[in-house]
Design a protein around this ligand. Structure first.
Ligand SMILES: Cc1cc2nc3c(=O)[nH]c(=O)nc-3n(C[C@H](O)[C@H](O)[C@H](O)COP(=O)(O)OP(=O)(O)OC[C@H]3O[C@@H](n4cnc5c(N)ncnc54)[C@H](O)[C@@H]3O)c2cc1C
Length: 575
């Protein structure tokens, strides 16, 4: 059962697809035995997989259970408390934090694999633990020594959890609308205002984005002049701070994840990073959180797929298991392909994040190994970082839309049983919905990806893909030709996108999907080089998706801004 969580794709990436030796050389030169290190990571993931298998029955049985607010205290359902306790007792909390503060310095890929497993078992618990390590990592990066030494050991021991407080009634996708303010009084900072939809809002440590009152008038309506602050529920001297949860929401899914309205009444807080530059610091947390939610979407999709496949094997109609029906088989195959594609993009992106992190660690260390060229590493960092900025929104877009699609098909495969309140298929569907909304909606992700393309990332990616295809052509001539055709189609659409920004935005999802297809297609072929049995999957994906690339290209090239005018007429928006 635990193999359902620590599955063969994860093992393939851990042991074959990623070359860990160069990573360790830059990031942790003290490690001399790469194989033992990989074995240690394998043990961590296997243990996490075992815990996921153990907590799954409780999470399935309790998925309707709601969070409660009593006398200002937030109470989570039993499956959340018990699941958290299992991870905490196993020492598997906040593992990305540096070992200096009790973490394991887990890389992005490994943490993402852990979050994927956790989401497959209990998507609500995943929100709490994912945020906990994200918040801790932001404190590690932007906190003073004093804040780090005080808080990080409490995070890694599991004593405290974290929340990220951005959203307000008039500041959702557009954080320029934030009005919660922070005032400096004699070198101390105090927050006043209200936040809504805060995941785990009853927890001890909040990272709050608030507008600096000193420059509030000038910065109003923009993301300038925002400060990132650590606001604890209890002050270091033991006094309660001026913050409270005023409401917990009832929702369509992730019922066990507390979603809270939080009020700040002159709550004392501690600056993280530079004053007025908090949005930049928060972006780090948000980008990590976007990859975290991608892992969440993937974990939900994987569990929904396994549940549906098992059911289709067992359920008989017309004298045979329904998995033998071509239409059911095709739904399941499509689910499997979509999951593999989402996983390929997410794992590939995580590997790039890890490469950036390893290079940055080396460059910051002042080490000068004779055979390492610092200038070349700096150049490689900039290249990989550009790709990470581009691929992160694409990952969030792809994996979470995939989670929605896969979970919905899972219900269809269960027939009437899928519509019953207690069905696990229903849970996956309900819990998947939020993933395309929080940490930036799919529309926002597609528009971010478009912005990165316009800044030059697309040309970098296409050049990289062409060079990879050079190496793949001999082995996979047909699939490589299809992908080269896809790249040419993508390039041919660019002139149509350059003229009008509104028209480009209108097509942001289409062009994102085109990019995803060629990037994922090449990644799947690279995987097939290492593991030839993966060729069938790569071919099926490329055959199916390349047709969609052609369709998108035709649609983008044939249209113009008059399409938006037509939409205005249909929606009655013209005067
Ligand atoms: C369960 C849950 C947990 C959450 N947890 C947290 C948390 O821990 N911390 C936190 O700070 N926030 C949290 N949020 C808030 C969440 O991040 C926001 O709901 C989300 O960013 C969307 O903002 P909004 O709801 O105001 O929607 P809006 O911004 O009003 O968007 C509404 C619609 O308009 C579209 N739209 C808006 N602008 C554009 C644009 N420029 N281009 C194209 N389409 C656009 C959106 O895609 C969406 O379809 C949570 C929300 C929920 C529901």
């Amino acid at each position: 059962m635990s193999d359902d969580f620590f599955h063969s794709d994860m093992q393939f990436f851990l042991e074959h697809r990623i070359d860990w030796a160069p990573y360790l050389r830059l990031k942790r030169p003290e490690v001399t035995d790469t194989a033992s290190e990989i074995e240690a990571w394998r043990t961590i993931l296997q243990t996490a997989g075992d815990i996921c298998a153990e907590l799954t029955p409780l999470a399935r049985a309790g998925w309707h259970d709601e969070v409660k607010l009593e006398n200002g205290v937030v109470h989570v359902p039993e499956h959340i408390a018990r699941g958290y306790d299992l991870f905490r007792r196993a020492g598997l909390v906040c593992l990305p934090v540096d070992p200096r503060w009790g973490g394991a310095g887990l890389s992005m890929f490994l943490n993402s694999a852990l979050l994927e497993m956790l989401a497959g078992a209990d998507p609500s618990l995943m929100t709490i633990m994912g945020l906990q390590s994200g918040v801790a990592m932001d404190i590690e990066k932007y906190g003073t020594d004093e804040l780090r030494d005080y808080w990080l050991p409490r995070f890694t021991s599991g004593e405290v959890q974290g929340a990220m407080d951005l959203t307000e009634p008039n500041a959702g996708s557009d954080l320029g609308g934030i009005t919660t303010r922070v005032t400096e009084e004699g070198g101390r900072f105090f927050i006043d205002g209200s936040k809504i939809f805060i995941t785990n809002g009853g927890c001890e440590v909040h990272l709050v984005l608030a507008r600096d009152a000193a420059t509030g008038e000038q910065s109003k309506g923009t993301t300038n002049g925002l400060c990132l602050l650590l606001c604890p529920k209890t002050l270091p001297d033991g006094r309660p701070n001026g913050m409270r949860v005023s409401r917990v929401e009832r929702k369509l899914g992730i019922h066990g994840s507390p979603t809270c309205a939080v009020d700040f009444d002159h709550a004392e807080a501690f600056l993280l990073g530079e004053r007025g530059n908090g949005f930049r610091a928060m972006l780090d947390l948000m980008n990590n959180a976007r990859l975290g939610v991608s892992a969440q979407g993937l974990g939900i999709a994987e569990s929904a797929f396994r549940q549906a496949r098992n059911y289709a094997r067992e359920r008989s109609q017309f004298g045979q298991p329904i998995i033998r029906q071509p239409l059911v088989k095709s739904m399941l195959t499509l689910m499997a392909l979509e999951i593999q594609a989402a996983r390929a993009l997410l794992y590939h992106t995580c590997t790039l994040v890890d490469r950036c992190d390893a290079i940055a660690t080396y460059l910051a260390s002042g080490r000068t190994d004779a055979d390492l060229d610092r200038a070349a590493l700096q150049q490689e960092y900039e290249h990989a970082h550009q790709l990470v900025r581009f691929f992160t929104p694409l990952c969030k877009f792809l994996t979470t839309e995939t989670a929605n699609e896969v979970a919905r098909r899972g219900i269809q495969i269960h027939g009437g049983l899928g519509f019953m309140a207690e069905s696990a298929a229903g849970q996956f569907h309900s819990d998947s919905i939020i993933t395309t909304i929080y940490e930036g909606t799919s529309e926002i992700q597609a528009s971010f990806a478009l912005r990165e393309m316009a800044k030059g990332a697309l040309f970098t990616v296409l050049a990289d893909l062409r060079s990879s295809l050079e190496g793949l052509r001999g082995r996979f001539p047909e699939q490589s030709a299809q992908l080269e055709g896809g790249i040419a189609q993508l390039e041919a659409t660019l002139p149509s996108l350059l003229g009008d920004p509104s028209y480009a935005l209108l097509n942001a999802k289409r062009v994102s999907e085109m990019v995803i297809t060629v990037v994922v297609g090449v990644e799947l072929l690279e995987q097939a080089v290492l593991s030839p049995e993966r060729t069938v999957l790569a071919s099926a994906y490329i055959n199916r998706k390349i047709l969609e690339v052609e369709m998108h290209a035709r649609r983008i090239q044939s249209g113009d801004v008059t399409r938006l005018e037509r939409y205005d007429k249909i929606l009655g928006l013209t005067d």
